[in-house]
Write a protein that binds this ligand. Structure first.
Ligand SMILES: Nc1ncnc2c1ncn2[C@@H]1O[C@H](COP(=O)(O)OP(=O)(O)OP(=O)(O)O)[C@@H](O)[C@H]1O
Ligand SMILES: C[C@H](N)[C@H](N)CCCCCC(=O)O
Ligand SMILES: [Mg+2]
Length: 207
């Protein structure tokens, strides 16, 4: 099964948009284990891809403060623990979206990367190509490698930068599964278009 954890090189990188694309591509099921702040990503994905064709699993934690989960949880007197999380039962590919990047704390000692390892899912990493993103992307790559988490590939989101992309590809040797361009507005049509492109490339790498 093509279950995937969608992480990124930072927050606001485009994980929710990419999750909507992957959900559409696989006709899958969506789960955001930790939500910090409203509106929820689950609602955003639901609005983008429609309610009918997909399953939306309830978050394990919905925290009010739009902040790092360790901070948002502490504000409510909650301590998030890895043991709180297990994959929801699913029959179609499960797309799991993280919060922020890989090293975002979920409590005083553990980070999203520990959650990914705990759930045992391979990662698709969303990366932007702004100035500074090479560093953020390669640090993310090294963190994943150190933890032994498998990576299915990278998805670039936003403005292109050929020189940056080339270095990232050479360093990581990861498949580039998609490049989402900056869209004037994100519509069902654009999501369908990218889902189609993604699936074609994905099946070339993973027949
Ligand atoms: N390619 C794009 N074209 C247009 N808008 C985009 C694009 N990528 C992201 N956005 C917009 O940028 C904002 C942040 O993107 P998104 O919510 O997907 O980030 P995220 O990585 O899921 O953040 P979080 O860590 O909070 O989950 C959203 O308003 C989204 O619609
Ligand atoms: C609230 C925000 N949209 C995300 N859900 C959480 C981002 C945490 C980032 C923490 C950090 O890297 O400093
Ligand atoms: Mg998101």
């Amino acid at each position: 099964m093509h279950d995937l954890f969608v992480s990124a090189i930072g927050t606001d990188s485009g994980k929710t948009l990419v999750s909507s694309i992957l959900l559409t591509a696989f006709e899958g099921e969506y789960w955001k284990p930790i939500q910090a702040g409203k509106p929820t990503d689950t609602d955003s994905v639901r609005n983008l891809v429609g309610e009918e064709k997909h399953v939306f699993h309830p978050e394990r934690y919905v925290l009010q403060k739009p902040a790092s989960p360790h901070d948002a949880a502490a504000e409510e007197g909650i301590e998030i623990r890895l043991e709180d999380f297990s994959l929801p039962a699913h029959t179609r590919p499960l797309i799991v979206e993280g919060a922020g990047g890989l090293m975002v704390p979920i409590n005083e000692s553990q980070v999203i990367l520990d959650l990914i390892h705990h759930l045992g899912l391979p990662v698709v990493l969303v990366a932007n190509l702004y100035l500074g993103s090479i560093n953020h992307t390669l640090l993310s790559a090294d963190a994943l490698k150190r933890k032994g988490v498998p990576v299915k590939g990278i998805i670039f989101n936003g403005e292109p930068n050929e020189a940056s992309q080339r270095f990232i590809q050479n360093y990581t040797q990861w498949p580039v599964l998609l490049h989402v361009r900056r869209e004037e507005s994100v519509t069902a049509d654009s999501i369908n278009k990218y889902a189609h492109q993604f699936l074609k490339t994905y099946h070339e790498y993973y027949p």
